[in-house]
Design a protein around this ligand. Structure first.
Ligand code: FAD
Ligand code: DHB
Length: 398
């Protein structure tokens, strides 16, 4: 006998409780629109997954306006710029002077914790540790999300719309019929070895270092915890990177006249992140809307991924508000083209930062061009302003 699913009904079914899914559910709640979020991982896993760290000006504003900015304001580190380091010297890019704006360094998992806490406080539907997720009926007016809970029981969420917020490796993108999506992709021949360490900050702001041995990034999480990255091979074996080697390599990539003081400490987390640029077009089919990493990936050099995920769902929430408010579908119809304009600007910026800062193998001409570009960006007001304007983030859609 076929098992009868437990049926729930909502307006928007959201697949994935990363930044895109959680922010979308929050924005919808604030507009009186119901949603149900389902997530394959556990709450603890989502709250501990170390990923992004830089929040654009607009992302900070959106979280604050929607009541989840209190801890971010207290614990987030407001930065007034970044340093670009090359040829043994650091050069400051002053964001307030160039754009009137700042950025905030606050871990993505902290944002996720704050968002989950707000959901729980509001009594909103958020189901962790689900499995066997399927999306059906997106070509009609009554799409359905099916899944199994931890005990194996079958569930069905009947909804008006599905938001595919399940990241790059999720199932939402594949729920769109073959031949609809066009993929644009670039894979880079290097990766980042990222660490989290219990040590003092290397500098008061982030340092993006271009070095003959490879790129390095010195970021932060708190006065006592730092986040740092080293350019490495995509198939780098972490077993070959004992802590001493990591500290030695970070130190070497900082060398020069005004070398900041790198104080080693306990490394509490290590991982390798692949680098890719990826966009699918369109970001919507029928009643399924893709948002965040489910639709696009940027290499992390420009710190854009999480911010783009938030920008997508800001567009989607407004479009759904117009639909439920007065039946107006124009903004929903324009969802993909509205988002893609910002997505491609972020793709360009992330690709450009990545190309300017990483070591490319056996390309002496390219290396000279990189140095010329860095020299230009740090000495021309117009060029530094262009970097700053993109880094603090283009305005969110109003
Ligand atoms: P995700 O965060 O991937 O969330 C998707 C969720 O869906 C996950 O919780 C996943 O478990 C869940 N899921 C997957 N499959 C299913 C399924 N079948 N059913 C239900 N749920 C499912 N971005 C920045 O803006 N600034 C930075 O400084 C930055 N630095 C980065 C550094 C690193 C090392 C890395 C790896 C990324 C960085 N990013 C940065 C990118 C950023 O982390 C991502 O762009 C962001 O997580 C995208 O959010 P999302 O909600 O779209 O996807
Ligand atoms: C961090 C990550 C980035 O990709 C970046 O460009 C800046 C900071 C971080 O994890 O802190």
């Amino acid at each position: 006998m076929e098992e009868k699913p437990q049926v729930a009904r909502t307006q928007v079914g959201i697949v994935g409780a990363g930044p895109a899914g959680l922010v979308l559910a929050l924005l919808l709640r604030r507009r009186g629109i119901e949603s149900i979020v389902i997530e394959t991982r556990s709450r603890a896993y989502c709250e501990q997954r170390i990923r992004a760290g830089v929040l654009e000006h607009g992302t900070v504003g959106l979280l604050e306006e929607n009541g989840v900015g209190e801890r971010m304001r207290r614990e987030g580190l407001v930065h007034h710029g970044i340093y670009l380091r090359f040829a043994g010297r650091s050069h400051h890019i002053d964001f307030p002077a160039l754009t009137g704006k700042t950025i905030t360094v606050y871990g993505q998992h902290e944002v996720v914790k704050d968002l989950i806490a707000a959901h729980v406080a509001d009594g909103a539907a958020l189901h962790f540790e689900v499995g066997d997720v399927r999306i059906e009926g997106i070509d009609g007016e009554r799409p359905v999300i099916r899944y199994r809970d931890g005990s194996g029981a079958e569930h069905e969420v009947a909804c008006d719309f599905v938001a595919g917020c399940d990241g790059f490796h999720g199932i939402s993108r594949d729920a769109i019929p073959a031949g609809v999506l066009r993929i644009y992709e670039r894979v880079y021949p290097f990766a980042w070895l990222g660490i989290l360490s219990e040590s003092p900050p290397v500098c008061e702001e982030l340092i993006y270092a271009h070095h003959a041995r490879g790129f390095a990034l010195f970021s932060q999480r708190s006065p006592a915890v730092q986040r740092m990255y080293l350019q490495c091979a995509p198939d780098e074996d972490l077993g070959e990177w004992p802590d001493e080697r990591i500290w030695r390599e970070l130190q070497r990539r900082l060398e020069g006249d005004d070398a900041p003081n790198l104080v080693p400490g306990a490394i509490v987390q290590k991982g390798v992140t692949a680098m890719r640029s990826f966009v699918v077009e369109p970001m919507q089919h029928g009643r399924l809307f893709l948002a965040g990493d489910a639709a696009h990936i940027v290499p992390p050099t420009g710190a854009k991924g999480m911010n783009l995920a938030v920008a997508d769902v800001a567009v989607l929430a407004r479009a759904l508000e117009a639909f439920y408010g007065n039946g107006d579908t124009a903004a929903l119809d324009a969802y993909s083209s509205t988002c893609l304009q910002r997505v491609w600007r972020a793709e360009r910026f992330s690709w450009w930062m990545t190309s300017m800062l990483h070591r490319m193998d056996a390309d002496p001409f390219g290396e000279r061009l990189q140095l010329a570009e860095l020299d230009y960006v740090t000495s021309s007001r117009a060029a530094s302003q262009s970097l700053a304007e993109n880094y603090v983030g283009l305005p969110l859609p109003v």
